[in-house]
Design a protein around this ligand. Sequence first.
Ligand SMILES: *[C@@H]1O[C@H](CO)[C@@H](O)[C@H](O)[C@H]1NC(C)=O
Ligand SMILES: *[C@@H]1O[C@H](CO)[C@@H](O)[C@H](O)[C@H]1NC(C)=O
Ligand SMILES: *[C@@H]1O[C@H](CO)[C@@H](O)[C@H](O)[C@H]1NC(C)=O
Ligand SMILES: *[C@@H]1O[C@H](CO)[C@@H](O)[C@H](O)[C@H]1NC(C)=O
Length: 578
Amino acid sequence: MIRLGSLLSAASLLSFGVAAPPAPAWKFVEKGLSGIVGLEAIVVSPTLTVLFDRATNDPLRTPDGKVAWGALWNLETNVATPLKLVSDSFCASGALISNGTMVSVGGNIPAAADLNQTGAYDGRMGLRLFAPCADPNGVGCTIFEDLDTVHLAETRWYTSSLRIFDGSLLGYLHSTSMIVGGIHEDTPFYNTDPVNSFEFFPKKDGGVPRPSAFLERSLPVNLFPRVFALPDGKVFMVANNQSIIYDVETNTETILPDVPNGVRVTNPFDGTAQLLPLSPPLYTPEVLVCGGSDKSDQTPVEELSSQDPASSQCSRITLTAAGIAKGWEVEHMPQGRMMPEAIVLPNGQVLITNGAATGYAAVKSIGVTTGNSNADHPIFTPILYTPDAPLGGRMTQKGLPTTDIARLYHSAITLTPQGNILMTGSNPNGNVTIVPPGQPGFSSEFRVQTLDPPFMSMARPTLSNVPKQIAFNSKFTIDIDIPAGISPSTPVKVALMDFGFSSHAFHSSARLVFMDATLAPNRKSLTIFTPPNNRVYPPGPAYVFVTIGETTSVGAHVMVGSGANPPVADQGIRLPGL
Ligand SMILES: *[C@@H]1O[C@H](CO)[C@@H](O)[C@H](O)[C@H]1NC(C)=O
Ligand SMILES: *[C@@H]1O[C@H](CO)[C@@H](O)[C@H](O)[C@H]1NC(C)=O
Ligand SMILES: *[C@@H]1O[C@H](CO)[C@@H](O)[C@H](O)[C@H]1NC(C)=O
Ligand SMILES: *[C@@H]1O[C@H](CO)[C@@H](O)[C@H](O)[C@H]1NC(C)=O
């Protein structure tokens, strides 16, 4: 029997074998197994990402033989190392603060059925501190937790958190004394036991939480509010279909227009939201909110189905007086998405990915589920969004690859210092569950993937002599090696980025601030002008990326500002008019 297929492919290999490599393209790459479900992710060093899961029955073990629910994922070796935690980090959030420490906030009561194997404590008041880690493999790097001395004032589950202008962390929200102990089917859905207040780390106001009328008003679909530090230091918040600007310094809320058409964008109707890149000289803030659901937030849970279509709506608002008066501008994704993710790329485009075409967030808590999942019809092809293209022409799926790994509830995604996008997790089940073939639902997902932009397979600019620390309203010079063949007239874009903390379809504190830059006449060095102050870029760690045409460098790790413990004083100069 002649196997025509293999003959043909052998022939094509012969004829093309040593020809040019395939044209650079977006591609998904599998990278190994995470050992725990990576349901939260944050890059903590040029080589390391911290992953968190629920304290349950993950396969990874700590050296003392207990089940792990935290891990360090090495971006270079693709190996997960267990991280010993004290309390249950399930459905927490977090951020990097001004001294470079990562703070994980809130969590849950560990499942009683798993206690013997986890030894986890109640994490709802948890504050988990990961100090900057110099070892590329994380050797000797640990998470500090002392529930007796370092904890929140309230119990908080499904909380958001955000690094603000003084480098400290604004956290809130709510949750609950509701016990989801054991792995019962009575997992909560709507926010029915709220803690409608804000608090800070380190503490402000003597540690007394600040009540929030906004959180009260946006019940019951307001878990994991989408919150952003604006360039004047105020905070923009979206929850349910409502939005406000919160002034941390005066503790006042200003009501902004609702997200149009009854679309609700926070958990359990998760859309995603992203601050679009801020550019000099004005750093005009714009926020993009995509996906979610237009179902009424009064719908009884029994009437919700994993087959209900998700919203395709993206809504965008410019946060200036004129932009607020104009209200939200509406555009549509090629498909509805529940739990999409939006990642700002170093060139200023936004990647919208993951999520499901139907259903809701959370696990086995609505009338009709698909296995344990409240959502169904995972979406396998990302969208590329170009913010400065004209309305109606900003989104494309052309040239973007398709995966077969569902990333649904309890998955995480982050940009990495390498410039690609790391994807972990998905577990729309109460614990680690493998769904037998042919059965409805989705297995716990341990496969780690990256989504690699085309420049990962091109010659890239390389940066050297980048200072470890940069001040506001100043300039610094780095060495740059630009690949041959790039025309001298190609524009150079320099991005200062925080990748944010990925949890529940949101990346809190994620930020891109473009910096003006001048290339030396010999094109061997680049002088870069830093953001004017600590409100434009809240002080703390960042990565500097240089994009020239189609190629982007690896990100260089810098500390922006003094690196002092929060709260830090204002630095640099105020923007005109702010
Ligand atoms: C935990 O271990 C103890 C001692 O071995 C045992 O008595 C108890 O039943 C176990 N609990 C659960 C929930 O498995
Ligand atoms: C996982 O959850 C299922 C269903 O609630 C339960 O039967 C099982 O014992 C749990 N497994 C472990 C290892 O906790
Ligand atoms: C936002 O939701 C509230 C509560 O369901 C509703 O009364 C209001 O009309 C909605 N706003 C818009 C613009 O649809
Ligand atoms: C960073 O600041 C926080 C808040 O003051 C503090 O708890 C933490 O220990 C500091 N980290 C380091 C590495 O000093």
